[in-house]
Design a protein. Structure first.
Length: 208
């Protein structure tokens, strides 16, 4: 049975979730601590008590979103199956996460483009990302290369290829849907076709 959290912790969580919703929907500049407090159902003093400043709260939300995007590239890390099925699962899991959270990518890119210091801070934090998360992928690629099944490629290059191909549809999706007058169902079909195309593109580039 899950342990119940104290009420103060619940309020801290509510403030974070309110900030997350507002930052994703309207960005850092248009969000105030007053709006966050109102949505969380508390006063501004509590927002400052738990998080001190809007900047601190935003940084926590922003970093959590970036980490989720990165983590979901590595969501499929099973020792079972051949390399193709592992890579296909990895690409598909990451794409599905972005599809279920379509506001994340525009949010990240918009905030990075308007704050160079935030970009530098993010790069520093990602450089400290635990290398242990890449262990299985690195070993799988090395084995595939030694067997002559895949071309020479590092795990970092592979992850960058996956990320760049998966991210792009969600940057242009609002324009794409409006320009072509697609219903939500039609957009969903188009995205599923795009996912299949990305998986095939990645696998084709891996083969010798």
């Amino acid at each position: 049975m899950e342990e119940e959290k104290p009420e103060v912790s619940n309020m801290e969580t509510r403030i974070f979730e309110a900030a997350e919703e507002l930052f994703l929907n309207q960005g850092y500049a248009k969000t105030s601590t007053g709006q966050i407090a109102k949505l969380a159902g508390c006063n501004q003093a509590l927002v400052h008590y738990y998080y001190r400043t809007k900047d601190n709260l935003f940084d926590l939300v922003f970093e959590s979103k970036v980490r989720l995007v990165v983590n979901n590239i590595l969501a499929v890390d099973s020792p079972e199956g051949n390399l193709d099925s592992k890579i296909a699962g990895m690409v598909g899991a990451h794409f599905d996460y972005l599809k279920q959270n379509p506001k994340i990518i525009p949010f990240i890119f918009n905030e990075l483009s308007t704050n160079y210091e935030r970009l530098q801070s993010l790069i520093t934090k990602l450089q400290q990302y635990p290398q242990s998360l890449l262990t299985h992928l690195k070993a799988d690629l090395k084995e595939g290369i030694e067997k002559g099944l895949v071309r020479e490629i590092s795990e970092i290059d592979l992850l960058l290829s996956i990320a760049s191909l998966n991210v792009t549809p969600f940057l242009i999706m609002p324009f794409f849907q409006k320009a072509l007058n697609l219903s939500d169902k039609e957009l969903d079909i188009a995205l599923e076709k795009r996912k299949a195309e990305i998986i095939e593109t990645i696998l084709s580039r891996l083969r010798k």
